[in-house]
Design a protein around this ligand. Structure first.
Ligand SMILES: Cc1ncc(COP(=O)(O)O)c(C=O)c1O
Length: 377
């Protein structure tokens, strides 16, 4: 692969890989008899939406701006789940929406009249009190979670008019976590299932990860549907759609020798462009690099902001050819939860966005000083 045609820094989506993911997801939704929609929170690269539209019936928004982007660029079913709806933007948010999920009974009370008038199918988010996610920051189903209603709070009877339930408790999870989730929903909320029309099982189903047991997923879903044949089942992944669909191209701008390791100063920032490397945290793969063995020269990847912690803190890298200033660094799997989370902290330039299609690179977007200035005043 010749990276010289790609500017640095740049997020590069490899179209073939996105198509492969969408085809797999489409075949799974058909076989399982469910509907998969795209959650914009992890992947909102709308230049790819003409492709997404070929395979998925719609998308879900967690904010007014996401809802607007879905309306403008994707179309189809528009599902809303905002952790909290605001009076002043509610009318704009529900325009063309097909489904709406409320996070609490008080939010439902506040907005039910407007929802009835707009003829949108309403649902409630539930807390299944089970999640395989061990990092607290990413566990939405703890007892103290602000996301979703606990069975105890919901009581024996659903509020009049509620047509669906929504549950999001997974993250990069497998089909066994889904199976446990369904058992938990049946145990805690089973009495409500005969009275609703749809069940949304949220995101976190990493169907496109190598080794995901698709057969088991299909079996778990079809068994569940046999027990509840009247339900329309949705899932709304982000990560699975954009999983392993591209990279972030960066460049080594300087090399700083510390007692150990050598720090490679890049033209990207972990805090501004790859915040999950610090938040999750996780260590991305870098093309041509591996973990250093004792005694080998170790390189730490450093960002270009002046935040002391703007480094890849989860571990160093070994390169068989020593790094030089000007070398390309290809950070793998940098499409989901990157572009959507970036900031212009420290005034650092936002990486460009491009698409690789049949070996040809198309530059989709570049960012300018004006983009930075417009966010401030
Ligand atoms: C309500 C909801 N739906 C869907 C998703 C997408 O999850 P993932 O990207 O893990 O598939 C999230 C992620 O946080 C979410 O909060």
């Amino acid at each position: 692969m010749n990276y010289s045609q790609i500017p640095s820094p740049c997020y590069v989506l490899e179209e073939e890989k996105l198509i492969k993911n969408l085809e797999l997801i489409n075949s799974v939704q058909k076989r399982a008899g469910i509907t998969v929609i795209l959650a914009l929170k992890g992947f909102a690269m709308y230049s790819t939406f003409p492709l997404v539209r070929k395979y998925l019936k719609g998308a879900t928004a967690s904010s007014l701006f996401e809802a607007m982007l879905i309306r403008e660029e994707l179309g189809g079913e528009l599902h809303l789940y905002f952790p909290v709806y605001q009076e002043h933007e509610f009318a704009a948010a529900i325009k063309d929406a097909t489904h709406i999920t409320f996070n609490s009974l008080s939010q439902w009370e506040s907005f039910k009249e407007k929802t009835f008038n707009a003829k949108i199918s309403p649902g409630l988010r539930i807390n299944p009190e089970y999640s395989p996610v061990e990092t607290d920051m990413y566990n939405p189903a703890s007892l103290m979670s602000r996301l979703g209603i606990r069975a105890e709070t919901l009581g024996d009877k659903l509020p009049e008019g509620i047509e669906g339930l929504h549950c999001h408790n997974l993250c990069e999870s497998d089909s066994h976590a889904l199976s446990t989730t369904l058992e938990q929903i049946e145990k805690l909320f089973g009495n409500h299932l005969p009275h609703i029309k749809w069940l949304n099982l949220g995101g976190g189903h990493l169907l496109t990860r190598q080794g995901y047991d698709i057969e088991h997923f299909v079996k778990v879903m079809t068994d569940f549907k046999t027990r509840h044949p009247h339900l329309d089942i949705y899932i709304e992944p982000s990560s699975a759609i954009a999983w392993e669909t591209g990279f972030l191209r960066a460049t080594v701008l300087d090399l700083i020798q510390t007692p150990d390791p050598i720090i490679a100063m890049l033209d990207v920032s972990f805090t501004a462009h790859m915040p999950d490397c610090l938040e999750m945290p996780y260590k991305p793969r870098i093309q041509g690099a591996r973990d250093p063995q004792p005694g080998e020269t170790a390189y730490r990847m450093g960002g270009l902001t002046c935040l002391a912690g703007d480094v890849m803190g989860m571990g160093d890298y070994y390169f068989s050819t020593p790094l030089k200033i000007g070398d390309s660094i290809i950070l793998e799997d940098m499409i989901h939860y990157t572009m959507v989370k970036t900031s212009m902290f420290n005034g650092v330039k936002h990486p460009s966005i491009g698409i690789l299609r049949n070996g040809e690179f198309e530059l989709v977007r570049e960012f300018e000083y004006e983009d930075f200035k417009r966010r401030l005043s």
